[in-house]
Design a protein around this ligand. Structure first.
Ligand code: C2E
Ligand code: MG
Ligand code: MG
Ligand code: MG
Length: 283
């Protein structure tokens, strides 16, 4: 028995060592990718569903690792690791600065306000310097605070994080807006929703994708938009892939949408090409 226990202890110790070595190597590779300019920021349009023609109102910044051999590595393959290793702070800073720079340039070329939304991890908000970093990104780019939206998940808000709460309240006081991402998939208690420092609910794709060509109602979407409206929150539907979904969502009071129907995440120069035709039509 004692031998078995000793063996087990040794083995798990060795596994841990192997793991740690693997993690160190992976962290090193990710850091090299960041420094080497392999982490690019793509943008996916967000459109107004209310008008006669879908009009681009902004874009979500989504990070892409373009690896010289492996090609494009999707964020879900490295963000969790970036979070656990703490590298997310540097990656998040890079994405935030890039997003603000590009959005400020759109503002100048479009002559109308477009908002940019940036995903923020709990790990970043726990840092007491985070608000400072946002001010710096806004000042350096010249982007007005009300053109920036920070997306956080329900779990970020349900954690203990008093620091996160303070940071969000401070930034909202300066005009930055806060969205809850993937709304409806987390465990945020509805009783707290009223008290949270938020402006926007992004309805998770899992509520939108079941809407098929013959679906006439979507009770959960209807309930979420009704609740959002009662709370004075704006609603953005994620994962809109076809016309029928867009129409039904609009009829249910969903103000904005995002999804492959309107555009995939693309490099910044291509987003402007999507924005311009719409802007021209409105003249
Ligand atoms: P998210 O913030 O919920 O972003 C939306 C995801 O849905 C994106 O995946 C987008 O490409 C995808 N998507 C958009 N429209 C459609 C659609 O019509 N159909 C389908 N099937 N998918 C659609 P992506 O870019 O792979 O990002 C995955 C997640 O990685 C993001 O989910 C976000 O949680 C995280 N992420 C991405 N960039 C960053 C970042 O800079 N920082 C942090 N902390 N997380 C990030
Ligand atoms: Mg998001
Ligand atoms: Mg989302
Ligand atoms: Mg989502």
């Amino acid at each position: 028995r004692a031998d078995v226990a000793l063996y087990e202890a040794k083995r798990s110790g060795r596994d841990r060592t192997v793991h740690q070595a693997g993690d160190r190597a992976a962290a090193e590779e990710l850091r090299r990718a960041l420094v080497g300019g392999e982490l690019h920021v793509y943008f996916q349009p967000i459109v107004d569903l209310g008008g006669p023609v879908p009009c681009v109102t902004g874009a979500e910044a989504l990070v892409r690792w373009i690896h010289p051999e492996r090609g494009t590595v999707p964020p879900l393959e490295f963000i969790p690791f970036a979070e656990s290793s703490g590298l997310i702070r540097e990656i998040g800073r890079h994405v935030l600065f890039e997003a603000c720079e590009h959005a400020a340039a759109w503002d100048r070329s479009e002559g109308r306000p477009l908002k940019v939304t940036v995903n923020v991890s709990a790990r970043e908000l726990d840092d007491e310097c985070y608000a400072e970093q946002v001010h710096e990104a806004l000042e350096r780019s010249g982007l007005p605070a009300d053109a920036l939206v920070l997306e956080i998940t329900e779990s970020t808000l349900s954690g203990p994080g008093e620091q996160a709460q303070r940071t969000l309240e401070h930034l909202r006081g300066h005009g930055v807006r806060i969205a809850i991402d993937d709304f409806g998939t987390g465990y945020s208690s509805l009783s707290r929703l009223d008290a949270l420092p938020i402006d926007i609910l992004k309805i998770d794709r899992s509520f939108v994708s079941p809407i098929g060509p013959t679906t006439r109602s979507a009770p959960l979407v209807a309930a979420i938009t009704a609740m959002a409206s009662a709370l004075g929150l704006a609603v953005v539907a994620e994962g809109v892939e076809d016309e029928h979904q867009a129409l039904l969502l609009a009829s249910l009071g969903c103000g904005e949408g995002q999804g492959y129907l309107f555009g995939r995440p693309v490099p910044p120069a291509e987003l402007l090409a999507q924005v311009e035709p719409v802007a021209a039509e409105r003249l």
